[in-house]
Design a protein around this ligand. Structure first.
Ligand SMILES: NC(=O)CC[C@H](N)C(=O)O
Length: 187
């Protein structure tokens, strides 16, 4: 198995390290690679899109034809923060999107005072620390989308088919979400 970390912009190294730890914990034979061309993306069985600036990453994904490759090859994708935004069908700002999760996302959704914060959240039967950095929230989901976590009444984690989107940054906390993605969504 080969797991790619999309290395166009954002917190690539944090995901790279956490994914390698997750692979070690799971005791599976998998290679973790940073990818930035469509050929490299095409060679992966699963892809992680990091946090960063979703407009920048989105434009580069179009320019490099990585977007086209993901859509054509239906590679399972996990996106955190900016990565979540890129998985959405719609945002409150016009920008390139993958549109592979049927949801509408609002960028920078936590007002100024709480632009960045940490809070305990419940997801996949566990409690973990959610690190929110100018995080988005999900405003609406379609019927095929499973809501995995909420903060108060705000949706912060969803899954549709083999794609997983998180408003926070598990790559800064522990391996649990990465392990879930590898074990359950990448075949
Ligand atoms: N930490 C992040 O990834 C922030 C996301 C950023 N606010 C965006 O809209 O792209």
């Amino acid at each position: 198995m080969r797991i790619g970390i999309l290395a166009l912009q954002g917190d690539v190294s944090e995901h790279f390290e956490m994914t390698k730890k997750a692979v070690k914990n799971l005791k599976i034979d998998a290679e973790v690679v940073k990818v930035k061309t469509k050929e490299e993306v095409e060679s992966c069985d699963g892809l992680i899109i990091p946090g960063g600036e979703s407009t920048v990453i989105g434009k580069l994904m179009e320019k490099t034809s990585i977007k086209e490759t993901i859509l054509k090859k239906k590679i399972p994708v996990m996106g955190t923060c900016a990565g979540m935004i890129l998985l959405a069908k719609e945002t409150d700002y016009p920008q390139p999107l993958l549109g592979i999760i049927d949801m509408k996302v609002k960028r920078n959704a936590f007002g100024r005072q709480r632009e960045s914060f940490e809070e305990k959240i419940k997801i996949l039967g566990k409690e973990i620390t959610g690190v929110f950095i100018r995080a988005p929230i999900v405003l609406e989901v379609g019927p095929d989308v499973e809501v995995l976590s909420k903060l108060d009444d705000k949706i912060i984690a969803v899954k549709q088919g083999k794609n997983l989107a998180l408003a926070f940054h598990p790559e800064l906390v522990d391996t649990s979400i990465h392990e879930y993605f590898i074990k359950n969504l990448i075949k």
